[in-house]
Design a binder for this molecule. Structure first.
Ligand SMILES: NC(=O)C1=CN([C@@H]2O[C@H](COP(=O)(O)OP(=O)(O)OC[C@H]3O[C@@H](n4cnc5c(N)ncnc54)[C@H](O)[C@@H]3O)[C@@H](O)[C@H]2O)C=CC1
Ligand SMILES: NCC(=O)COP(=O)(O)O
Length: 328
C-alpha cells in the first residue's frame, strides 16, 4: 500500500495531548499524518516545551503529505476559549467533541485510514452537558456499531475488555451470553485481519474470585460465561473456560493465549499497565476504520512541563500503521 494516512485528534487542550503530539512528531514516521486540533495551541505548547516545529495549516485534508520530523500538518479546529495548561475549561468541551467528529467523518469518507486519539477528560465533557463515556463508545455510536471491543496491547499482553466505562455495580448485568458471543466473534475476526493470527486463542477470565468456585462464589461463570464459550466452540472460535483472574496472567493458559478477555476495566488493565505503562496502546476492535489511542489520560499536572512521555502515542501511531498495512 502507499503510505498509511493517519489523523490524530489533539485531545483535551489543558492536558498533555498537545505536549505528546509535538514531542512524538519530532520523530521520523513512515506515514502521512495530520492533526485535528487548534494549530495555535499546538504552536504555543511547542514553544513552552522549547521544541522548534513548523506548524502548517492544511486546508484540504486529502492533500496530507508524508510526515517530516518537526513539521506538523494541522486541520485547524479552533478552541472555543482560553487554554491554561493544567486547568480545565468547560467552554472547550465542545471543541474536543468537534475534533472527534471531524476525524471520524474524514475516516468515514476514506480520506484517512486510521484515527489515533490523544486523551480527553471525560468528566469535563459530561460537566458541559454532553454525555460521553469514552472514545470507544463515541466512535461506536458515530459508526453505528452495536458492538465493539476495547483492546489494550503492549509487548507483554493483549487484554480485551468485556465491559468498558461503567460503574462496577453495573458490570454483572452488562455481561450476557449474546454479548459475549458477539465479542468473541469481533476479537476472532480482528485478530485474523489486523494481526494476521490464523486461529486466535482467547483466554477468558472469570468474573468472580476463583472463577466462581464451581458456583459457590457466584453463578455468572456457569450461567453466562460457559454457555457463551460453548457457542464460540461450535463456531470454531477458540475460547478457554473461565480462568481465575488472579493467576490467569501468569498461568500457562494465559501465557499461551493470543488475547486475554477481562470482564471489566480494572480487572485487566492494572496488570497490563504495570507491565508496560507508557508503551501500551488502546485499539477499538469492530469499527469499520482503524482506531488506536494512548494508554494514559490527560495528566493535567504534567501539561506544559515537558515531563509527559510521548512513548504511548508513538506506539499508537505505529500500531495504526501496522494495522493499516495488514488491512491493505
Ligand atoms: N484515551 C483517553 O482519552 C483516556 C482518558 N483518560 C482520562 O484522563 C483523565 C485523568 O485520568 P487518570 O486516571 O488520572 O490517568 P492519567 O493517565 O492521566 O494519570 C495517571 C498517572 O500517570 C501519569 N501519566 C499519565 N500520562 C503520562 C505520560 N504520558 N507520561 C508520564 N506520566 C504520565 C500521571 O502523571 C499520573 O500520575 C480522566 O478524565 C480520564 O477519564 C484516562 C485514560 C485514557
Ligand atoms: N482506560 C481506557 C480509557 O479510559 C480510554 O478509553 P477510550 O477513551 O479510548 O474509550
Amino acid at each position: 500500500m502507499s503510505l498509511p494516512r493517519i489523523v490524530i485528534t489533539a485531545g483535551e487542550p489543558a492536558g498533555i495531548g498537545p505536549d505528546v503530539i509535538v514531542k512524538a512528531l519530532q520523530s521520523d514516521i513512515t506515514a502521512r499524518i495530520a492533526v485535528v486540533g487548534d494549530a495555535d495551541l499546538l504552536k504555543r505548547r511547542a514553544n513552552m516545551l522549547g521544541i522548534a516545529c513548523d506548524i502548517q495549516k492544511l486546508d484540504i485534508p486529502s492533500e496530507v503529505s508524508a510526515h517530516v520530523p518537526n513539521r506538523i500538518q494541522v486541520l485547524h479546529t479552533p478552541c472555543l476559549d482560553d487554554v491554561v495548561p493544567g486547568t480545565l475549561n468547560i467552554a472547550n468541551a465542545r471543541y474536543v467533541i468537534t475534533t472527534l467528529e471531524r476525524s471520524a467523518s474524514l475516516a468515514q469518507d476514506g480520506v484517512f485510514d486510521a484515527i489515533v486519539t490523544a486523551p480527553v477528560q471525560k468528566s469535563i465533557i459530561n460537566d458541559s452537558g454532553i454525555p460521553f463515556s469514552g472514545h470507544t463508545e463515541f466512535f461506536a455510536d458515530f459508526f453505528r456499531c452495536e458492538d465493539v471491543v476495547m483492546l489494550l496491547t503492549n509487548q507483554k499482553f493483549k487484554v480485551a475488555l468485556a465491559t468498558t466505562h461503567l460503574p462496577l455495580r453495573d458490570v454483572p448485568n452488562a455481561i450476557s451470553k449474546d454479548g459475549l458471543c458477539k465479542q468473541f466473534r469481533i476479537i476472532h475476526r480482528s485478530f485474523c485481519e489486523l494481526y494476521g493470527v490464523e486461529k486466535p486463542r482467547i483466554a477468558m477470565l472469570g468474573l468472580n474470585p476463583h472463577a466462581g468456585e464451581g458456583g459457590h462464589l457466584g453463578k455468572e461463570e456457569l450461567d453466562t460465561l460457559i454457555p457463551a464459550r460453548d457457542v464460540a466452540l461450535s463456531e470454531d472460535i477458540d475460547v478457554s473456560l473461565p480462568l481465575p483472574a488472579d493467576t490467569a496472567f501468569v498461568s500457562e493458559a494465559g501465557k499461551c493465549a493470543d488475547v486475554i478477555l477481562a470482564m471489566y476495566h480494572d480487572q485487566g488493565l492494572p496488570v497490563l499497565k504495570t507491565a508496560g505503562f507508557g508503551h501500551s496502546v488502546n485499539v477499538t476492535l469492530g469499527l469499520p476504520i482503524i482506531r488506536t489511542s494512548v494508554d494514559h489520560g490527560t495528566a493535567l499536572e504534567l501539561a506544559a512541563s515537558g515531563k509527559a512521555s510521548e512513548g504511548s502515542l508513538l506506539a499508537a501511531i505505529n500500531e495504526a500503521i501496522v494495522c493499516a498495512h495488514h488491512q491493505a
